[in-house]
Write a protein of this length. Structure first.
Length: 376
């Protein structure tokens, strides 16, 4: 199908509670048992359905509830009757009437692009310019407060070919962080890459001294050591130590990325659809970073298969996002997979879907099983 009228006829938003397989502890907070989110379904008069996912975290971006409300109350009236192929125009109109709500915007844009790809018979990566890479090196996070459980997890995935490990630090004390890194270096292959992520867990006045202790571990990067707004402290840390510093919480938008380039407060940036408000804005962040000589990494929230698939398409079509990605949550963290077929992982590499749109099929019964409220 390549021409003719196409209109949006319906939008359904399910507020969901994802059951978790494991506890997760970060410098900014922890989660256990379940994680809130939302699934967006957009229907058209051509019988084409697009899917999107809201994956927030209240201590990081926003809440599932506020994003569901934002979609149902403000975005839906703009979308019903509109041509879903006009993605840029529609997202601009949504930005005009609703500030923030980056996760809800990401979900809606995701669903629109899913429709466009299905309409033209192309995967989203092709719509974005083509596959620069068809497989993405997968990073897994060591974030369980039960470290022995994480040692078992790391051993298991290393045996399956995973070679990138990101250790969550800053919540158990500096001495314990060092012990955890020492233990991981002992049990992982010599070729394994280790990164650390403080999730804002350090104070600026002690950060440099503590981070210098980590340089002996030959880390790929150190992520977000201090609070998101402490750009000057980030710049001082980046200048003081040899290990590259990665910005995550400090860079949500293209304007944040521009400040990062100007102030040189990071050497690497985490690109996340949920922070930026969708694929297109995420690629703007990456483009600005690339212009400033700053490489990208494909970050994730607590995302299911839909959001992970969208992230894979983004990384596949964006050369600067070159340091791997962490789209492992739908496989290892969430206890329910809403995809008919799980995302493929081979030898520690995520295989980018090749079907039209997102390239995945949704199990609607699985969505209903975790839904706690539906807005039609």
């Amino acid at each position: 199908m390549s021409s003719g009228e196409l209109r949006i006829t319906g939008i359904v938003v399910d507020l969901v509670r994802w059951p978790l397989k494991m506890k997760r502890q970060h410098g900014v907070g922890g989660v256990q048992h379940e994680m809130p989110g939302a699934i967006v379904k957009i229907t058209t008069d051509a019988g084409i359905t697009g899917w999107g996912e809201v994956a927030p975290w209240s201590v990081f971006t926003g809440t599932a509830e506020q994003n569901v409300s934002g979609i149902a109350t403000y975005m839906k009236p703009l979308l019903i009757g509109a041509d879903p192929r006009k993605v840029t125009t529609l997202m601009g109109e949504i930005d005009h009437v609703l500030t923030g709500h980056s996760e809800g915007k990401a979900a809606v844009e995701m669903a629109l692009l899913d429709i466009v790809g299905k309409y033209y018979g192309l995967p989203i990566a092709q719509l974005l310019g083509g596959y620069h890479r068809e497989r993405v090196p997968l990073s897994v996070s060591i974030a369980n407060p039960d470290f022995e459980a994480d040692i078992a997890f790391a051993t298991q995935v290393a045996a399956q070919g995973y070679n990138i490990f990101k250790v969550k630090t800053g919540f158990a004390g500096h001495a314990q962080d060092l012990r955890r890194l020492e233990r991981l270096r002992e049990i992982l292959p010599a070729t394994a890459e280790i990164r650390v992520d403080y999730n804002q867990g350090l104070d600026p006045w002690t950060a440099v001294r503590q981070l210098r202790d980590l340089e002996a571990f030959a880390l790929t990067f150190i992520e977000q050591p201090v609070k998101r707004h402490q750009w000057d402290a980030m710049a001082q840390i980046a200048a003081a130590i040899d290990t590259p510093i990665m910005a995550d919480e400090s860079v949500f938008s293209p304007s944040d990325a521009l400040a990062m380039v100007r102030q040189r407060f990071a050497d690497v940036v985490a690109i996340k659809l949920m922070k930026s408000g969708g694929i297109m804005r995420a690629r703007e962040v990456s483009a600005i970073a690339e212009a400033g000589g700053i490489a990208g990494y494909g970050g994730v929230m607590f995302e299911g298969g839909l959001a992970c698939a969208a992230g894979l398409h983004t990384v596949a079509a964006t050369p600067n996002i070159s340091l791997g990605a962490e789209f492992y949550s739908s496989t290892w963290v969430l206890a329910v997979d809403i995809l008919e077929e799980p995302l493929r992982i081979e030898d520690g590499l995520s295989v980018v879907p090749t079907g039209p749109g997102l390239g995945v099929r949704v199990n609607e019964e699985a969505v209903r099983s975790i839904s706690v409220a539906r807005h039609e």
